[in-house]
Design a protein around this ligand. Sequence first.
Ligand SMILES: Nc1ncnc2c1ncn2[C@@H]1O[C@H](COP(=O)(O)OP(=O)(O)O)[C@@H](O)[C@H]1O
Ligand SMILES: [Mg+2]
Length: 395
Amino acid sequence: MFKVNPYRPGAGLMPTYLAGRDEDIKEVELLFEAIKLNIPTQSIIFSGLRGVGKTVLINRLQKCAESKGIFCKHIEVETRNDFISQIASCSQAFLREVSVKEKVSGLIRKSIEAIKTLVISFDPEGNTFSISVQDRDLYQTNNLTQSLTDVFTSIGETAYESNTPICFFIDEIQYMKAEELGSLISALHRANQLGYPIMIIGAGLPKIYKMLSDVKSYAERLFVYKDIGTLPADQAKAAIVEPAKKFSVSYTDAAVDCIVEVSKGYPFFIQQLCKIVYQKAKTNTIDVTDVESTIPEFFEELDNGFFKVRYERCADSDKKFIFAMVMCGELPCAISNVAKNLNKSVTSISTTRAQLISKGIIYPIRYRELDFTVPEFSGFIQRLEEYHQWCEEME
Ligand SMILES: Nc1ncnc2c1ncn2[C@@H]1O[C@H](COP(=O)(O)OP(=O)(O)O)[C@@H](O)[C@H]1O
Ligand SMILES: [Mg+2]
């Protein structure tokens, strides 16, 4: 039978009920109020594991900002997509928006020149502007930081003069190249120093803290950092029961407790498990046996989707490194123990470590410790035949 299902497991899919983020939203709304008054504010970085709800949170914040008349653009950083051309076209979109509203033509011209220099020098495709060979030489520079700073200060000034603050939402920051990230921070910093209303709301995996402070030591002061994590029990409960209410379906307390326990409060897992439970339920009251009977299907679904896509991105050497991490028994694990399980030295496994970090599978914690970016990943590995074979071979 066809049944409308109110749960939405999937990257960036807005849940029908966004649980537990009211405080964060309220705090950011205060910053939006400030920037609306042409007061430059700190920018924000949300970091957390895959599936905790960073993308949906920044999308919700974008809606709030738009409703306040702030100019917003969403950028998703991808390894195969050029960040510079994305920020350039977002800046152009801003100029188009204000050009019809206000008399800021001088500033707009200045901004367009700055964007031209940026694109011509740093976007290899360079599709944004058509330009003659002579002009190309004129605009050519080799300083990304200076070019991006010119763009931010000129659009920032335009934003100030036209009373249209700007907020760029940048998702998956961990995929930015160090050079781009450094330039972005410098450009933002300069625009803020000059008092222009331009801010960034970024999101990414936990390793972005280190990336930011590595590229610029003052990044810490420029951003407010917020950890996005699992939902505490009461909020996890809301994420479970609220979507079903609209369809007059309810859960017994024991059913809710069971879902909270199995999902560990991870938003993605809640959506995935509830979707299956809801689909299978025969009555309007879901009890604990309805939940328990679907748990195997839930793990099967995760194993064949969420976990598998990540595992399959790994080379053989990556997989062995992962097995050695799981073999440590406890996570986060020390890199020295991983090396020991592989019968190798720490130095000789550092390339694989770096590779897995850059693929976004693992991330470093504190000094010389590692964990998986995907919750419950070690459980998935333990369900793999290959892992047990490898353990036997290593004995
Ligand atoms: N606060 C929340 N309440 C309920 N469900 C959520 C919440 N945040 C995220 N989700 C769900 O979790 C899943 C992952 O969200 P997403 O924003 O893609 O995570 P991330 O960007 O951190 O990887 C989606 O299915 C989404 O609907
Ligand atoms: Mg995301």
